[in-house]
Structure formats: C-alpha cells, structure tokens
Design a protein around this ligand. Structure first.
Ligand SMILES: NC(=O)c1ccc[n+]([C@@H]2O[C@H](COP(=O)([O-])OP(=O)(O)OC[C@H]3O[C@@H](n4cnc5c(N)ncnc54)[C@H](OP(=O)(O)O)[C@@H]3O)[C@@H](O)[C@H]2O)c1
Length: 333
C-alpha cells in the first residue's frame, strides 16, 4: 500500500492542529487487524480533539476518530478474515491509539466487533459511539429497575447524537420522553419526530433550587453535567435512575446527598470507551435488532461529509450548532 489519507492531530507546545495528510500503515499504532474504513462518524469528543478545545488525545501525532466501520483488509488474528465487515467504537482509538478518520486503520482484535447482520457500515456509523452510549444507558437503567410506570425520562442535550438516539431507544421501550433542550424554538419538530412527548426549554428550568424539588421525572439521561445534572438529581422521582453521560455544559457537579438518601435516586456512570467486551457485543446485537433506531438516514443523520470537511464540522459541534449525527464517508461509495 503506497499511502493513504488520514486526519492527524499534531501538538506543538499548547497549539493543536489537525492536518489532512498522507501516511503509511507503518505510521499507525500497533494492532493485529487492518481495516479499510468505509465510514466514520463525529462525536463531541472528536470535535474537542480536532478543534483543540479539549484534552482528549494522549499521544501526538494521532489519527482522530473514535468510531469506524468498514471491512478487514488483513488480519493476524484468527478471529477475523479479509473481507469481513466490522466496526470499532471507543476502545481508546482516536485517543491513545490511531483512530477511524483515515482510509485505513490498524487496531487490536479485542476492539473489533463483527458487523452484526441487520446493520450496514453506514448505519453502524449513524449510530456510532453516540447510539452505543445511549444503549448502554438504557441497559444500565433497565437493570436498575427503571420502568415506564415511574414517569417520563428527561433527556438533556437532546438534539445531539447521544440525545437523539436516546429519545428513540427509550421511546421504543415504552417510556414517555421529555427533551430538555437549549433549542426549543428551532428543534421542537425534530425532537417530536424522534419520539419526544414533551419539549422543555432548558433556559426555563430553575437551576439554583433547594436540595429537593418537586419530583417530576421518572429518570434521566444527562449529556450536560453541571447545573443541569444537579437539577436532575433534585427532580427525579423516588427510585429513579440518572445516566451520567456527558459534560457538554460542565464537568462539575454540585448537589447534596438528599436525592440519594431521601428518594433512593441512583446516579449511574456510563463509560462507553472501555465497556466490557461481552456487553459491547450484546449491545451491538440489540442495536442491529429490536433496538435498531428508525429513520437513521432520513432523520438522525443530518449530514454526510468528506474527510476534508471534518475540521469545519467539528467547529459547529463544539459550538452546539449541530443536530443529530454527522457521518464521514471514507470509502463508502
Ligand atoms: N460517557 C461516555 O461514554 C460518553 C459517550 C459519548 C458521549 N459522551 C459525552 O456526552 C455528551 C454528548 O455527546 P454527543 O456526541 O451527543 O454531543 P453532540 O452531538 O455535540 O450534542 C451535544 C448536545 O448538548 C447540547 N449542548 C452543547 N453544548 C452545550 C453547552 N455549552 N451548554 C449546554 N448544552 C450544550 C446541545 O443540545 P441542545 O441544544 O438540544 O440542548 C447539543 O446538541 C458530550 O459531553 C460527550 O463528550 C460521553
């Protein structure tokens, strides 16, 4: 192979720069499976890494992209054979290992998931880490006895990738969903089309309240952290669960023990990067089967971009100006 296109992030001093360049397989971090990448996708974390707004990467230069789907080009692992369709999400690619925003990737076999029947590589990247994380939240909440009878699930950051797919997943399981958004004026139709029963303007919430407020939500999926997550701890009903996923607003959390000791509320940590492999395989099977999101191409994917367009798309993501998922086409026709 003579060389291929990759979006690599370099760091010099405090300056981070993403460059589209030609590299060779030998330039990539070690791994026993080489994958021809058909599609990747953009997550908030990718946007932080590529724009330099967040410290995501642990070595430089590093090919960006925490997600990829494609076909095996070459494998030194007996678990995979050339031509086999596969996907990778998380597992430290695009952070400590070279990632999916390149025409070829080389990764450890333990990170590679056989593409389940029922998903195309495009659909796998329309779901990506965002949908996988929403599914992990659903799984953990169901395991901790979240039930539709308890009340509506509040989803914050609902126009984003995780939020959009969380609305669909919870709705399909029979939950009512309230989308708490900063874009109530422009995105209400989109959120209702995904399945939201209620659209709440985030700016209308009382974020400086007492240790406990009126119990309103059966549970919550939180992508924001900070004051919004603190508000959720005060307003989730007894025995409800809050899946703590993101920090789009803040990495801080100031609350009291009251929701946990007087209402039995559970705060469930969600960590998609290093989720145990048996859970990962089982969740991708669900996402290809009875949990498969509907209308991925018509509704959830707002745009498909080329590698060259990724840095500009990342600026929009960090500014919170996107909707749904952005898929990146590499060799996907
Ligand atoms: N724990 C894990 O394993 C895991 C996995 C994936 C993602 N995450 C994290 O989850 C969060 C969401 O990820 P994503 O890929 O869905 O991101 P995304 O597509 O960029 O969506 C984030 C959404 O959050 C809201 N938002 C953005 N900036 C904001 C700000 N400054 N203040 C308040 N709200 C803001 C916006 O929704 P509205 O305008 O509708 O309010 C935006 O659409 C990120 O923090 C990401 O790092 C964690």
């Amino acid at each position: 192979m003579s060389g291929f296109k990759a979006l690599r992030v370099h760091q010099a001093g405090k300056t981070t720069e993403a460059r589209l360049e030609r590299i060779r397989l030998d330039d990539l971090s070690a791994g026993n499976v080489v994958i021809r990448v058909h599609y990747s996708g953009l997550n908030y974390k990718d946007a932080l890494a590529i724009s330099g707004k967040g410290r995501i990467m642990r070595r430089f230069p590093c090919v960006a992209g925490i997600d990829l789907a494609g076909e095996v080009e070459d494998s030194a692992s007996p678990a995979f054979k050339p031509g086999q369709p596969v996907l990778v999400t998380g597992c430290n690619i695009g952070e400590a290992l070279d990632g999916g925003l390149a025409e070829y990737a080389r990764v450890p076999a333990e990170a590679v998931v056989p593409l389940p029947a029922g998903l195309t590589p495009f659909e796998a990247m329309a779901i990506g880490t965002a949908g996988f994380t929403a599914a992990l939240a659903l799984r953990r909440m169901l395991e901790n006895h979240q039930a539709p009878e308890l009340g509506p699930i509040a989803v914050t950051g609902p126009t984003g990738g995780v939020g959009s797919l969380a609305i669909q997943l919870f709705k399909r399981q029979g939950f009512a969903v309230a989308a708490i958004t900063g874009k109530a004026d422009t995105a209400a139709d989109y959120l209702r089309a995904l399945g939201a029963d209620e659209v709440v303007e985030r700016q209308s919430l009382d974020l400086g309240g007492k240790p406990l407020e009126k119990a309103t939500w059966g549970g919550a999926v939180d992508n924001l952290g900070g004051d919004t997550l603190a508000y959720l701890t005060r307003t989730v009903k007894p025995w409800g669960n809050i899946a703590c996923i993101g920090l789009a607003q803040s990495h801080e959390l100031h609350t009291t023990v009251m929701p946990f000791i007087l209402r039995g509320v559970s705060l469930l940590g969600i960590h998609s990067v290093e989720c145990p492999r048996p859970w990962r395989l089982a969740l991708w099977d669900k996402l290809a089967g009875d949990w498969k999101p509907r209308d991925l191409d018509k509704l959830v994917v707002s745009r498909v971009v080329a590698l060259e367009e990724v840095p500009a798309a990342c600026q929009e993501i960090v500014q919170g100006r996107i909707r749904g998922r952005t898929v990146v086409r590499l060799a996907g026709g």
